[in-house]
Design a protein around this ligand. Sequence first.
Ligand code: S1T
Ligand code: MG
Length: 544
Amino acid sequence: MSETIATALLHALKARGADRIFGIPGDFVLPFFRVIEDSDILPWHTLSHEPGVGYAADAAGRINCTLGVAVVTYGAGALNMVNAVAQAYAEKSPLVVISGAPGAGEGELGLGLHHQVKTLNSQLAIYQELTCAQAVLDDPETAPQEIARVLDAARNLSRPVYIEIPRDLVNVACAPVPPFVLAPSNPEGARACALEIMAKLKSAEKPAILVGVEARRYDLEDKISALCKKLGIPVATSFMGRGLLAGRDLPLVGTYLGSAGEDLPARAIEQADSLLMLGVIMSDTNFGVSGKNIDMRAAIQALDRNVAFAHHRYPGISLESLVDALGEIAEPVGHATPNYTPQYARGLPDDETRLKPSHIAMAVNDLFDKYGRMPIASDVGDCLFTGLEIEDTEFVAPGYYASMGPGVPAGMAINAVTGKRPIILVGDGAFQMTGWEIGNCRKYGWSPIVILFNNKSWEMLRVFQPGPKYHDLDDWHYAEIARHLGGRGTRVSTCAQLKSALEQAIDDTTSFQLIEVMLERGETSETLAKFASAIREMSVLKDE
Ligand code: S1T
Ligand code: MG
């Protein structure tokens, strides 16, 4: 089949699992956008601001364990999306950024082009810092191999990549893109590594396993669950890995949050004399509030195709090949393991009790009991900590890079990709940033349920720095605006009002539902309060 650079790229994205495209056109990318619509190879959605495009495309990849795709114009578009791509890089999300670019001869006019920064290559240079592979498709002869190289890097390394298409080459003929090539594995190295890990786990008094975000990025939850069940030792998920392994048959002890979380996972992880970490990002949010520093000499870290022991490492070992090798030799390590069933609060009172953040978690747990679990997209703020008090479910949130803004766009993407109505947890500060993307639901028929924590405050900052007035936000009456954006808005202040608003939201699938929960400044979820006091304690300890 004869291809053009544009159709070859779109077919290659689809062949590697990309489900849809999010984007905003501009004159440098109009030719490519035209092919996206006319070819119908992948469904597409335009949003209103490039940060939202980046967050939505990132979430589309995360929820589906595949490539997310964002298409933007050169300069004003692509550079407007930098923060969202940085978040995808930090959190190991395989986001494909495709930017239109000036045509080959345009730079020779000797004029500065509109949307140009310093030089015509400035954007590529900036994106080299945010992605694991880049290509400029300026030669139809090499374009197919270049596309394959970059898209395969996104899949194999689970990081964002960058592709630039000069607008005068979009419809130039080229060969089809070669099929996906899995990065070469090292079965012998994986087997040797697995034998060493098994020996350490068997000789340990208190072995434990910590599972992180790579388990989801490489779609390994089933394999890791089966391995953990076979080994029979305590398993916790990291803060970023929250929701992983939920509802499966294995000795899960909960989400590890150090001294800010439950005691059971904290003890299992911090007292382990052999800790196997599968796909865990070594970040402050994952380990920042450890009751005591985890003894990394006793830890084995499998991350980024590398398995590191205290004083040596096995390079080129993918997480999947390690889990497969361990699965072949795993035997019960013989330690009794607690049958952990997380306790999530239920039974929201149906009365005039004024709402506090943790009531929202209670209300959602009651809703899940009655109607079944729903996927959740959460923004940064107390909504993220409140989300930790909600029953395990598919959960997309910026648990490490922690930029505000992804909540609403990510929830919309989850609705689009899964066809399931998501719950979106977002604070008023974050909603002021990207919440307005919700106005795009009507044209695509999406109907997420948005729970907006309106405390008229950047409350999470106030928790860490009480006093300044600059944490105060004005009350924008978000529920009243919802109707003009194509949805339904309800403002609630009491438990009974929240209960009824959620019932009404579940019943009305015709549009997005925005439930604006009025909260007092100074009121936080129990989890954020624990997190903050753990951090204060840590800083006090450090001062001693
Ligand atoms: N800007 C962006 C894009 N991301 C950020 N994370 C911040 C600034 C800093 C920041 C937080 S938490 C927070 C800010 C400004 C306040 C969030 O306010 P809101 O959404 O209303 O939620 P809540 O009131 O529950 O805190 C983190 C610490 O970096
Ligand atoms: Mg707030």
